[in-house]
Design a binder for this molecule. Structure first.
Ligand code: URA
Length: 444
């Protein structure tokens, strides 16, 4: 078999055989195919697509390219969740303990933030003492003790995806449904998931800007999941404005604490309850509760302190420090340094979540390069969200920096971020239509 023929087949729109796809993934993993040929095939896939069988074979070959986790110690069906990315996405720290209240154990391998979307691992790392690099040998003990473990992803999981993702990032080949779907699903399958709940985000802060495209991606992942015998459900969620009231690391973990004390915003509660309900259902731990009543039970548990109890157990089990007020202690402070004021009177029509995400990264909350150090205290809080009325000069956002900020040009950066935030907020003369945080649920 030869890689040039495979590239030509895809270039002319022909279906690739299972053997051709396996040959390609092997060559990627063993580094016997050079980057330029890998990139050429990636571009041909972007342009000519892949059918369900090709996507599934690509996914399974990528999942098989490294070690596969055996999560049998979790007990029952190991349900995993995955978000296709967003700004202000603080759902994982809520749903893991939520699922635990129903007796569902979880092993969650999460990513660090890169680009404008935040990483769950960085958010947990902002808690003093919290260990996010848990050795695999300790997973069963933690699951046995508290029913949950969260850790950074290890490089031996789907290594072919690491090579492909790095090349896609620099060859204009990220935005492709077969490539995104196989990248995500290969990691879930290699991670040991028996069932998968996908949070497929949609809007300015997501890969998929339109609902139809988000649904197309969701359907592709559901088909792959089902062909790979993993029951898969996709919750399509709104990312046309940041989720909740904050983006950053400490500031988002503080918001999680607020949510679990009954002070959360409806969008966060809605998304977390729907994702959690489906995880509980796929794990078979929903008892007599179904549909709306299961979602409502999830909401009640988030609001009444039951999820908070489990959350605190999770934090303590991985070394996190809890203060005398019951809240986790964070690695730094969030110092409010600037209030961004509305430039006109009207209603908030939209908040470009991607621009907000980039603005937060400029303050230091995320990485521009892989090895950048994060300022855990940096971030943005939203005083006004879509649909809110605003008067010219009123505060729409607050900007925060940690006490260990590395910014050398603080004033300049804050001015630049102010302009970015102002450009992200679209103020209109009429109140926009309401958009539900959960747009649709597929694969049920
Ligand atoms: N997340 C992934 O893991 N892979 C993609 O291709 C896109 C989002």
């Amino acid at each position: 078999m030869n890689i040039v023929d495979i590239i030509l087949d895809k270039r002319y729109g022909r279906e690739l055989s299972d053997e051709q796809i396996a040959f390609f993934v092997n060559g990627v993993t063993n580094k016997t195919i050079p980057d330029y040929q890998i990139s050429a095939l990636l571009m041909a896939i972007v342009l000519n697509g892949m059918n369900e069988r090709e996507m599934t074979t690509l996914t399974i070959s990528m999942a098989d390219s490294g070690i596969k986790n055996d999560l049998s110690y979790v007990g029952g069906i190991a349900v995993d969740k995955h978000s296709t990315g967003g700004v202000g996405d603080k759902i994982t720290p809520i749903v893991l303990p939520l699922c635990r209240t129903f007796g569902v154990n979880s092993v969650k391998l999460s990513g660090r933030g890169l680009g404008f979307t935040g990483g769950t691992v960085d958010k947990f790392a902002s808690i003093t003492g919290f260990n996010i690099d848990v050795p695999k040998e300790d997973f069963p003990r933690l699951v046995n003790d508290v029913g949950m473990v969260i850790s950074g992803q290890t490089p031996d999981l789907a290594p072919a995806d690491k090579v492909l993702y790095a090349l896609r990032d620099v060859t204009g080949t990220v935005d492709s449904i077969p490539l995104i779907a196989s990248s995500i699903m290969s990691k879930k399958i290699a991670g040991g998931a028996g069932a998968i709940v996908l949070d497929v985000t949609c809007g300015s802060g997501a890969f998929m800007k339109e609902v139809d495209r988000a649904k197309e991606l969701a359907v592709a992942m559901i088909k792959i999941g089902n062909l790979a015998r993993r029951r898969t459900v996709a919750v399509i969620t709104d990312m046309d404005q940041p989720l909740g009231l904050t983006c950053g690391n400490i500031i988002e973990m503080h918001e999680v604490y607020e949510v679990l004390n009954g002070r959360g915003t409806s969008d966060v509660i809605e998304v977390a309850s729907n994702i959690g309900a489906w995880m509980v259902k796929l794990a078979g731990k929903n008892g007599a509760l179904e549909g709306e009543s299961l979602v409502n039970e999830c909401k009640a548990r988030i609001m009444d302190g039951r999820v908070l109890n489990e959350y605190i157990k999770l934090i303590k089990s991985q070394g996190g420090v809890i203060g005398s007020n019951g809240e986790p202690v964070y690695q730094d402070e969030c110092n409010m340094v600037y209030e961004v004021k509305a430039s006109q009177t009207g209603y908030i029509g939209a908040i470009a979540a991607d621009v907000i995400g980039h603005a937060s990264v400029q303050l230091g909350s995320g990485r521009i390069k892989k090895d950048d150090e994060i300022d855990f205290g940096a971030g943005i809080s939203f005083e006004k969200k879509r649909g809110d009325a605003v008067i010219e000069g009123e505060t729409i956002c607050k900007l925060y920096l940690g006490s260990k900020t590395k910014l050398v040009d603080k004033t300049e950066t804050i001015k630049r971020v102010e302009q970015m935030v102002l450009s992200a907020y679209k103020i209109s003369s009429s109140k926009p239509d309401e958009v539900c945080a959960v747009i649709d649920i597929l694969g049920v």
